[in-house]
Design a protein around this ligand. Structure first.
Ligand code: AMP
Ligand code: MN
Ligand code: MN
Length: 328
């Protein structure tokens, strides 16, 4: 499949590269590395993400090339969709993209729906940036400093700073190669993890205060409302990482962070739920039951619900998940 993707890219003149809305370091790193690599092949490249780039990733070289506008979809010979388990993850542009000429799906989510005309899906890859690294190598292109920094950042963030179970020899080998090509680990870490706004710390305080543990002690739930976000003047991007506090609690097997999405209705509001687990419990299975997806140890979904119903449902479904139900 990689050869067909390479042929397709070589014969394309105009390429659109997109990744998922509310991007993380991998969605931005993979997008940027791919876009810059294609530019070095003299392609007419448009890099698109629906959401603004979170402040912590704005240091990335050439990140300003990622925009929120695209030309007519028919004008692109190829559309590359990165780090998206389903095409809907792109956001509002998804229905248009579906009508694109040739769609290439490059991803590492176990729940990937196999959308598109050509796929390069590897659930064993620690990040989509790892797959992009391999693709750039196969294309015979150079890793310059901006590309190397983008790939390094994707792997650093998607492995939870080299702590998740996806962290392996390959991840370190690629990162070593990226450092040789100009990525600066200290500089990246300073930008991504070094400083938090005061609002973000206050939001963390509210999240910790909202913490609840299920009756069997195995599930922790935190909830953030729009009021809390308004009060602390924070945005979606400031929520990133907060769930790890809920996951680190002794004996907790599954952590859930519910956050209210802006613009919801009155009684039943729109919520996004992030799920995390350690070891054997597959939270992608829980997320799938709500129409979402992700990885075995990190998954998510979006629903319209009332907060109390949602909390009850999460506890109920988590308790029937393999690895949890037999441990009561
Ligand atoms: P998050 O919930 O944003 O922390 O994301 C955790 C993981 O689950 C990421 O790998 C996402 O790509 C995936 N994920 C989050 N929300 C969804 C969704 N609605 N559908 C499919 N996958 C999702
Ligand atoms: Mn991602
Ligand atoms: Mn990823």
């Amino acid at each position: 499949m990689i050869n067909r993707i390479i042929d397709q890219l070589k014969k394309s003149r105009k390429v659109l590269v997109v990744s998922h809305a509310n991007p993380d370091g991998d969605a931005i790193g993979a997008l940027l590395a791919t876009g810059l690599a294609l530019k070095s092949m003299q392609k007419d490249v448009c890099m698109y993400n629906e959401s603004p780039i979170p402040a912590v990733y704005r240091f990335l070289p050439s990140v300003r090339m990622i925009g929120q506008e695209v030309d007519a979809i028919e004008s692109y010979d190829t559309i590359l969709v990165l780090d998206c388990g389903s095409i809907e993850r792109v956001g509002d542009l998804a229905p248009k993209i579906k009508n694109g000429k040739t769609i290439i799906n490059i991803d590492h989510h176990v729940t990937n729906t196999q959308f598109g005309d050509l796929q390069l899906i590897d659930p064993d890859a620690c990040a989509t940036a790892e797959i992009i690294y391999r693709l750039i190598k196969r294309l015979g292109l150079k890793f310059d400093c901006p590309i190397a920094t983008a790939i390094y950042t994707g792997i650093l963030t998607d492995t939870g700073s080299f702590r998740f179970s996806s962290t392996n020899q390959k991840a370190f080998a690629i990162c070593a190669d990226m450092i040789e090509n100009g990525a600066n680990p200290y500089e990246v870490a300073q930008h991504v993890y070094g400083h938090y706004s005061l609002g973000r710390i206050k939001l963390l305080n509210l999240a910790l205060d909202s913490l609840e543990i299920s009756p069997n002690g195995k599930i922790s739930i935190m909830a953030l409302t729009q009021d809390m976000m308004d009060m602390t003047r924070t945005q979606e991007e400031d929520i990133d990482g907060i769930i790890n506090y809920a996951r680190r609690i002794e004996d907790v097997k599954v952590a859930a962070l519910i956050h209210e999405v802006a613009g919801g209705g009155r009684a039943r509001r729109q919520y996004h739920v992030s799920l995390r687990s350690d070891g054997d419990i597959n939270v992608a299975l829980i997320a799938a039951q709500f129409g979402g997806g992700g990885h075995a140890n990190a998954a998510g979904f979006s629903v319209e619900a009332t907060l109390s119903d949602l909390k009850n449902k999460i506890v109920e479904l988590s308790e029937t998940t393999p690895g949890l139900c037999e441990m009561n």
